[in-house]
Design a protein around this ligand. Structure first.
Ligand code: ITT
Length: 196
């Protein structure tokens, strides 16, 4: 089994990565390598923040790792909350407060278009390798569903009638921003293994 360190403190992201990568991989989180650092995310792009997290872990813990920065971009809010998605309603990761604030900001707004975006980086001695994912959709006027995490109860992917929080894990992972980025990472690892 291949061991991968995922530089995240978000247990939902960790669960999704384990679901997507399957039984061939042992995915370790930050806690598994003894890290409970509050890693600064001060860049203004997803890519920049993903790299900051990966570099922090590689520099201090000496392991190759993957890291990810993701968020929701809402067109009517000029792309907000974007890189501030986890802290939209203030410090901490309070999804309920974030969702409530999003609904307040969109009160009376007809244009509900939004997308989840992620930038995932694999950082090794040979440098960083980036993988992207994006899923378009719309923001509802009230949350629906108990699954997923974060903004999932408010997000209906384009062409769907249910939210990510009403979908099963497999259904979400098959189309999600994170699913796309991890699939690209898998293709990269497989193509490297083949050419060895
Ligand atoms: P790490 O930095 O430790 O990985 P985090 O939760 O702080 O965990 P981000 O900085 O990447 O992660 O913030 C992403 C936020 O965007 C996350 O907390 C959710 O609010 C939202 N988000 C990202 N992916 C999502 C998804 O698949 N479904 C719903 N919300 C998501």
């Amino acid at each position: 089994m291949k061991r991968i360190v995922f530089a995240t403190g978000n247990s939902n992201k960790l669960r999704e990565l384990r679901e997507i990568l399957g039984a061939d991989y042992e995915v370790c989180g930050l806690r598994d390598i003894g890290c409970d650092d509050d890693i600064p995310e001060t860049a203004d792009t997803f890519e920049g923040n993903a790299l900051l997290k990966a570099q922090w872990v590689r520099d201090r813990y000496g392991v190759d790792c993957i890291a990810e920065d993701a968020g929701l971009e809402v067109d009517a809010l000029g792309g907000a909350p974007g890189v501030l998605s986890a802290r939209f309603a203030g410090p901490g990761h309070d999804s309920r407060a974030n969702n409530e604030l999003l609904l307040r900001r969109l009160e009376g707004v007809a244009d509900r278009r939004a997308r989840f975006r992620t930038s995932l980086v694999l950082l090794r001695a040979d440098g960083p390798h980036f993988f992207e994912g994006k899923i378009e959709g719309d923001i509802l006027e009230a949350p629906r569903g108990e699954g997923g995490f974060g903004y999932d109860p408010l997000f209906v992917p384009k062409g769907w009638t249910k939210t990510f929080a009403e979908a099963g894990a497999e259904e979400k992972n098959a189309v999600s921003h994170r699913g796309q980025a991890v699939a690209a990472l898998q293709r990269f690892i497989e193509s490297e293994n083949k050419s060895r």
